[in-house]
Design a binder for this molecule. Structure first.
Ligand SMILES: [Zn+2]
Ligand SMILES: [Zn+2]
Length: 103
């Protein structure tokens, strides 16, 4: 599978991607260095990835930043709206792409 030639731009650094890329939703990211949590820079290749406004977050930071806590039990409220569920990705739903490099 050669993939498409041409421009594949990283959703984080906006640089062209050559080599290995990660895909979340419709956006590609450099597998090295760019597929990380916006907040804590954790490598997201082996953990659940959360996406909001085109930015990637680890589960912890996504919850901290965007998911309200129940005022009573302090558990996160993940069912607030269908939206939040739609933004989560399990590791198995991520795709790894190897883009052709000019050698
Ligand atoms: Zn990048
Ligand atoms: Zn994080």
């Amino acid at each position: 599978m050669g993939g498409e030639e041409g421009s594949s731009v990283c959703g984080k650094c906006k640089e062209e991607i050559t080599g290995q890329a990660m895909k979340a939703k419709d956006t590609l990211y450099h597998a090295e260095g760019c597929f990380v949590c916006l907040t804590c820079s954790t490598d997201l290749r082996n953990v659940a990835v959360y996406c909001k406004d085109g930015q990637l977050y680890c589960e912890k930071d996504y919850k901290t930043n965007f998911v309200p806590k129940c005022a009573k039990c302090m558990e996160y409220i993940l069912e607030v709206s269908g939206l939040i569920i739609n933004y989560s990705y399990s590791v198995s739903s991520l795709s790894i792409y190897r883009l052709s490099t000019d050698v």
